[in-house]
Write a protein that binds this ligand. Sequence first.
Ligand code: GLN
Ligand code: ZN
Length: 769
Amino acid sequence: MTAKPAAAAARATVYGYPRQGQNRELKRAVEGYWKGRVTADALRQTAADLRRSNWQQLADAGITEVPTGDFSYYDHVLDTSVMVGAVPERHRAAVEADALDGFFAMARGTQDVAPLEMTKWFDTNYHYLVPELGPDTVFTADSTKQVAELTEALALGHAARPVLVGPVTYLLLAKPAPGVAADFQPLTLLDRLLPVYAQVLADLHAAGAEWVQLDEPALVQDRTPADLNAAARTYRELGALPDRPKLLVASYFDRLGDALQVLAAAPVEGLALDFTEGAAANLADLAAVGGLPGKRLVAGVVNGRNIWINDFQKSLTTLGTLLGLADRVDVAASCSLLHVPLDANAERDVDPQIRRWLAFARQKTTEITTLARGLAQGTDAIAAELAANRADLASRAGSAITRDPAVRARTAAVTDADGRRSQPYAQRTVAQRAHLGLPLLPTTTIGSFPQTNELRTARADLRAGRIDTAGYEERIKDEIREVLSFQEKTGIDVLVHGEPERNDMVQYFAEQLTGYLATQHGWVQSYGTRYVRPPVLAGDISRPEPMTVRWTSYAQSQTTKPVKGMLTGPVTMLAWSFVRDDQPLGDTARQVALALRDEVGDLEAAGTSVIQVDEPALRETLPLRAADHAGYLAWATESFRLTTSGVRPDTQIHTHMCYAEFGDIVRAIDDLDADVISLEAARSHMQVADELAEHGYPREAGPGVWDIHSPRIPSAQEAAALLRKGLRAIPAERLWVNPDCGLKTRGWTETRASLENLVAAAHEVRADL
Ligand code: GLN
Ligand code: ZN
C-alpha cells in the first residue's frame, strides 16, 4: 500500500492534552491553594507555565494546530457551566465574591453548601461535574477563560483552535437542579443557550480564532429523533451566524450513527470523527452519506484512550480511503489525550521490550504528526518510521509475553460447565445456612477498613527501605488483629480482614499477576486533583502464586467467626486498567477470571467459607450504545461465573457493586449466580431493594444502610427504618445488613459509631421477626 500525496498538506492536531504536568505540578498547586500555602497568583502562574509547556511539547512534536481552552483547574464541563453562566443559586454569592474560590466551591462544596454532583464522562474513568439546570435558568456568556487561553497561545506563536463542549452535549449531560421536577429536560433550554454560544464564538473570532471546535460526544450515544433535531437546529443556527470562526464539530468514543447524516448536512466547515476499532463503522457510514464534500475532516485514527502504539499501515489505509471522502483530511487522536498518561519514556522500570509497544500522550502526538506527514508526502517520506513501527508491532505480536502457550491452552479448554456451580442457588443456600449458622439479617462490611496514616507510612517506609518486609508484615498483622477485635466486640457476623495490605483494589492484584504491568508515573486524571495510575494488561495473564490467602488465613486463625475472602472481579480489573487492543476484551477477561478462579479455589482450600468478588464496575463499563450491551454482558457475566463457580455448594460467594444505578442490569446481576450481593443504596433510600424485587431477583442481598461517602453517622433508628423498608421488598431470609461500600476513606471515629449503630439496628429489626 502506498498512499498518494494529498493535495493540501494534512494538518496534525489533538483535542486536548493531559493537564497535570510531568510531576503533577497542577495537583500540588491547586491543593496548595486550597490549604492556603499557594497564592492565587502563584496558582495562575503554574497553570500558565503548564499550558505554555504543553503547547510547546505539541509544537515540537509537529502538531500544527494546538488546542486551547481544554486546560482546567478542575474540570472542563464545570468551566463550561461558568462560560454559560449556569452557576447554581446556592453558589452564586461565592462566585460573585471571588470567581476562583466560587469555582472550587462548586467543584468541592463548602461546609454549608453542597458541590455539583460528579459522574463519569461517557465510558471513561474521568469524572465531570454535572450541570444543574431548570426552567428558571438564565444563561449569560462569559468567554474570559476561553479568550485568555487562546490569546496566550497566539502570543506564543502557535496556530491555535479553541475547544468547547458543544451546546447539545452540554444540555444532554445536565440534570434538573435541586427542587426542579425530575422529568425536566435540559434540552428544552436550547433556544436560550444558543445565543450564549453565539456570543462566545464571536468573542473568540474577535480574539483571532480561525477555527473553533465544538465537542459533541453525546451524539455517539443512542439518541431520539428529538435529540437529533436539536443537533440539526443547533448547527443550522450557529452556522448561520454572520460573525463567527469556522466550526469543527467533534465526536468521539463511538460511531456517530444517525447523527452523522445530521452533522454532514449542517452548515459547518468541519467534522472530527473517531476511526479507531470501536468506531470503525464511521468509515462505511461516511461513504454511505456521500462523504463530506467541501468540508474538513479530522480523522481520529490514533486511539486517544489506550496506551498502545498505533498500527501505521492500518491508519494510512484508513486515511487513504478518507482522502476520497472529504475536501481535506487532517490527522488526530480519536479523543482528547486527557485519558492517557503523559510520557511512556518516563517508565524506566518497564521492560524495554514492552516499552516499545507503549504510546502515552507524548508518543501519540509523534504518531499523529508522522501519519500526517505520510498522508501529505506519501509513505516514502516516513519509510523509516513505518519500518520501525512494523518491527515494534511484530515484537508485540510474537512475544512470549502476549502469547503464553499455557494460558492459551487453558482458556481454549474452558467449557460451559466451568462457569456453572454444581448446584443451583436454591439448593446451595440450604447448604450454606447449615454450614455458616448465621442469624437472620446477618451483618457484614464490604471489605476495607480505614486506611490510616500509620498504614500509609508503613508502606512508604517499606518502599524507602526504612523497614524490611518482615517489619511491614508485622504492622499489617497488628492492623488485622485490631480490625477483627473491633468487629467481634461490635457483634458483626461475617468478618473481614480490612484490606490493610492493599494500596488499591486493582493495582494490588495487577502487581501480583504475570502479564500485568504497573506504571510508575502513568497518572491519569480521575477527577479534580485526584489522579490514578491504571495498570496495563500487557500480556497473557497468569497467577504465579496465591495473592491473598496468607492474609485471609491469618485473619481466620484469629477468630471463630467466618472471615470473608476478598477479591476484585475480572470486569472491574479490566475497567480500571488499560486493556489490550490485540484481542477481544472477553478473551482478556477470561484469562483474568481463570487466574482469580485459582485464588478462589486456594481460599476455599485454606478454610474460607465466604468469598466476595467485587464488581463495582460492572454497570459503568456498559457500552454507550444499547446494541452493544448484550455482547458485553455475555462476556462480563461469564468471566464472573468462571471466577466463582469452582467452589463447593456450601461455600458462599458474595459480590459487591456501587457507583451506579442497577435497575437496568438486574438480569445480568442475576446471571452472575452469586449467592449474596451487597449494593450501594443508602442515598437512594433503598430504591434498589424495590428494583431487585420488581425483577424477581431470587438471591440474598444487602442494600447498604450507611452512606459511607459522607462522614455523617447514621443513627440506629435510621438504619433500622431503612432495613424495615428493605424488608418490604426482600424477605428476612434473604436480607443482609451492611454499609454501601468499603470504609477505606473513612476515619475510625465514624466507622466505630456507624457500625455499632448498624448492628444495633439489625438486633432491633430481628426482634420484630
Ligand atoms: N472490597 C472493596 C473495599 O471494601 C470494595 C471497594 C469498592 O467497591 N469500590 O474497599
Ligand atoms: Zn463499593
